[in-house]
Design a protein around this ligand. Sequence first.
Ligand code: ATP
Length: 225
Amino acid sequence: MGLILEAKNINKHFYKPKDFHVLKDISFGIEAGEFVSIMGKSGSGKSTLLYILSTMDTDYSGSLFLNGGLITGKEHQELSRIRNKNIGFVFQFHYLLSEFSVLENVMLPAKKLAEKSYDEIEHDALEKLNMLHIGHLATKKASRISGGEKQRVAIARALINNPTILMGDEPTGNLDSFNAENVFQIFKQLKEEQALSLLVVTHDGDFAKRTDRIIQMEDGRIVHQ
Ligand SMILES: Nc1ncnc2c1ncn2[C@@H]1O[C@H](COP(=O)(O)OP(=O)(O)OP(=O)(O)O)[C@@H](O)[C@H]1O
């Protein structure tokens, strides 16, 4: 199968307070339907890499390809559209808008993309919520649901534009073991039933060892995969 995401010779420096070569010649690819985790000690560069791969950080050298097309060098607006359409992202913290309903939160990225009517987007959002077994929460305010439910809403929001890859930066980091397992099972199901590609930074060895491949980072390099 083809590569969904490919990084070639990614290097990144931080220049303040002094020159720090944080990512050192990172090259790897993710195949369609692959579930990959990134592990490594604190400070090894995992989040920095993930923000480049998710196109949120453009300050690096090297090349990034998404679905075979070169992403590196695209201007801001086009990049933002490519990201919104193709990449779902789940953070450690859910970042839901607390005064909005669950349904409105999930609909937001699709409204921004503006490719469908309001009714279609609402229908899609309910479908995602039902798939994650939280359809009954649709009209509740985001501030009124539990932590585990909030993370599932965040996943539904990340899926609303039917991305080709879902990325997560410690998506289970704030959750108790029950809810963390729930999130893992959702990711596994997305891979198995929808052939979604997943890339997740995690400190949780139990989570990582059940993914297809672990990318081990050390001091800004991939040392094992
Ligand atoms: N904006 C920045 N300016 C300078 N240095 C930074 C900046 N952001 C991160 N760093 C440094 O880059 C290195 C890698 O950071 P990064 O957050 O990618 O690590 P990580 O492996 O994700 O760590 P953790 O597991 O603790 O989240 C660290 O040494 C960090 O201090």
